[in-house]
Design a protein around this ligand. Structure first.
Ligand code: ATP
Ligand code: MG
Ligand code: MG
Ligand code: MG
Length: 559
């Protein structure tokens, strides 16, 4: 492809409004153009990389027997009412009406649609197992779209759904998916880790998240090298060593009315019962400590903190408004409510997240964030307790790191098949609900995660597996006719074996080099003065070394 014919609107200046490195580089290298908050046009380079990621995903899905389909983006409200998620999904669900005043949602995930599809088609267990997948634009009205494609409101997801007549079959597909995901994230060049994850209050369900390790990540992973244990901190309920324990105690003691009373009055106010998944959070609002309770499936908008507490508590609440606590039905692919999506008008310091009943036998710190809530992790014997499971003993150093959730695999069980009547006749002729699994990968988020981990201070360094082109040919002096001719010929020759981007623009060499570093193709071939002796310069993007090669030897050299 000739660069003069491409559309790569690179920027000289560093964009000011970018809030992450990948966002900045994508804007600067002319990969995306923002249309509205969290909504982007993917320009040609982005599209090529997305195609490559999708290709890898398709290969791995096909390899485990996944069958590709394409489901509608517009979802009738009625289906979402059947599953209970028209309510439960909250404001993250983009809603609209058609000309007949009928309600629709723009699909954020497709459990309802695929369950409805199968219940009309599936009669007997003999058709199972079945795994369907699609790659499609998803819509979520994220409260805080940010970091470019990492958290968009319109983004590309691969979502897969599997159907089974028995647990063993679900287990098998789950394990296949786990393996396929591991392959995918390895192949696209991510340093990732699969971690145990929170399944919300669906309870007992099994789920893993795939985390690309990165400082920009919004998730925290707790792990030990010794035991191999790794979990999203949202799920890990861990009896941590003394040092941390006392820090937690101290934070709690500062709360005027610690724990239960505040929670109970809040629970009463919200008309909910206290459950194991209920968590409290101690926040510091304008110097006052306040406890806030979060539950798995509630959405609250514009409720004043003072409303959360009974009269006697009112003095330590302020006018800070809770803008929204966005949680969806637990167990969905949606925004499972276990992180701390609480947004306040004021700048608040989150002091401590504390599960109700913490320090009792089974429940300890859930959602305690290292660095934010405490510094030392400490070494010693400890136990990780995961909800609904028995405590497991480990020893070793508890460590933390940040990750970007690029994928999640989930055993749904009969959650949707029961609420939406997806049954089959089993071997004994009895009608039973179908077991389901769901499996998501953020394709566009994965692209950003790749940039977050493959770059230097001059730009992106694409891994070969996903790079938009293999080689960048550049002529240093556009006025040099010989160089121009040689470049044209080399472009044709290399084009037979490689995907080549040829910078034929009438720009200064400096501009071309800067753009080329920014765009980050694996190899750059520069046709400069050496061409009069039949030589060109080759440089790999991830190396500082430049090698002079005879023009006839370039194909050979790149092998
Ligand atoms: P998060 O916790 O980051 O909000 P999620 O758990 O809500 O993500 P899932 O419902 O598990 O997301 O969706 C499957 C995948 O889709 C996620 O693992 C992630 O890679 C991707 N994804 C989810 N939300 C977004 C978004 N707003 N922008 C880009 N990718 C997203
Ligand atoms: Mg998540
Ligand atoms: Mg979410
Ligand atoms: Mg998820």
């Amino acid at each position: 492809m000739k660069q003069s014919r491409m559309f790569i609107p690179t920027m000289r200046e560093t964009p000011q409004d970018a809030d992450s490195l990948s966002h900045r580089y994508m804007l600067k290298s002319g990969m995306i153009k923002q249309m509205a908050a969290g909504i982007y046009t993917y320009l040609p380079i982005t599209k090529l990389v997305l195609n490559n990621i999708e290709q890898i995903v398709r290969e791995e899905m096909n390899d485990i027997g996944g069958v590709e389909i394409h489901m509608p983006v517009l979802h009738p409200k009625e289906l979402w009412e059947e599953s209970g998620r028209w309510q439960a999904y909250g404001s993250e669900l983009m809603r609209m009406k058609d000309r007949h005043d009928r309600d629709f949602a723009l699909g954020p995930t497709h459990e309802e649609i695929v369950t409805a599809l199968l219940r009309d088609e599936l009669k007997s267990y003999k058709k199972l197992p079945l795994t369907l997948f699609q790659i499609q634009t998803k819509f979520r009205d994220e409260l805080r779209p940010r970091f470019g494609l990492l958290r968009g409101r319109e983004f590309i997801m691969k979502d897969a759904y599997s159907f089974h007549s028995d647990e063993a079959s679900l287990d098998e597909t789950y394990n296949d998916m786990y393996r396929a995901y591991s392959n995918i994230f390895r192949r696209v060049g991510l340093n990732y880790r699969a971690v145990e994850a929170d399944s919300g209050s669906i309870g007992g369900s099994h789920t893993h998240e795939f985390m690309a390790l990165s400082e920009i990540g919004e998730d925290i992973i707790v792990y030990t090298d010794e035991s191999g244990y790794a979990s999203n901190i949202e799920k890990a309920a861990c009896i941590v060593p003394e040092a941390v324990d006392s820090a937690a105690q101290e934070a709690l003691e500062k709360v005027p009315t610690p724990g239960v009373d505040s929670c109970l009055s809040l629970a009463e106010h919200l008309n909910i019962g206290l459950m194991d998944t209920t968590k409290t959070m101690v926040v510091n609002i304008d110097g006052e400590f306040v406890m806030i309770l979060i539950r798995g499936d509630h959405e609250l908008n514009d409720i004043k903190v003072r409303d959360y507490f009974g009269a006697e508590d009112a003095e330590f609440a302020t006018d800070a408004e809770i803008r929204g606590i966005m949680n969806a039905a637990p167990g969905s692919l949606g925004p499972v409510g276990s992180s701390i999506p609480v947004y306040l008008d004021h700048q608040v310091d989150v002091m401590y997240n504390y599960p109700v009943g913490a320090n009792t036998d089974e429940y300890h710190y859930i959602n305690v964030n290292h660095g934010r809530d405490f510094e030392a992790a400490g070494t010693g014997d400890f136990r990780f307790i995961t909800e609904g499971e028995k405590a497991e003993d480990y020893s070793g150093e508890v460590k933390f790191m940040k990750g970007i959730e690029v994928g999640q695999v989930f055993k749904l069980g009969t959650k949707y098949s029961e609420s939406m009547n997806l049954n089959v006749l089993n071997e004994n002729g009895r009608s039973v609900p179908v077991l389901m699994g769901c499996y998501g990968i953020g394709i566009s988020r994965t692209l950003s995660a790749i940039i977050e981990s493959h770059h230097d201070d001059r730009g992106i360094i694409w891994p070969k597996s996903v790079t938009p082109f293999d080689i960048h040919i550049i002529t240093a002096n556009p006025k040099d006719r010989d160089a121009q001719d040689a470049a044209e010929k080399l472009y044709e020759a290399l084009g037979r074996e490689y995907r080549v981007l040829y910078d034929d623009r009438k720009e200064r060499a400096g501009v071309k080099f800067a753009d080329s570093d920014l765009i980050g193709l694996p190899y750059r071939v520069v046709i400069g003065r050496g061409i009069k002796d039949g030589r060109v310069e080759i440089k790999a993007r991830d190396s500082e070394e430049t090698v002079e090669v005879e023009i006839g030897q370039v194909t050979e050299y790149l092998k």
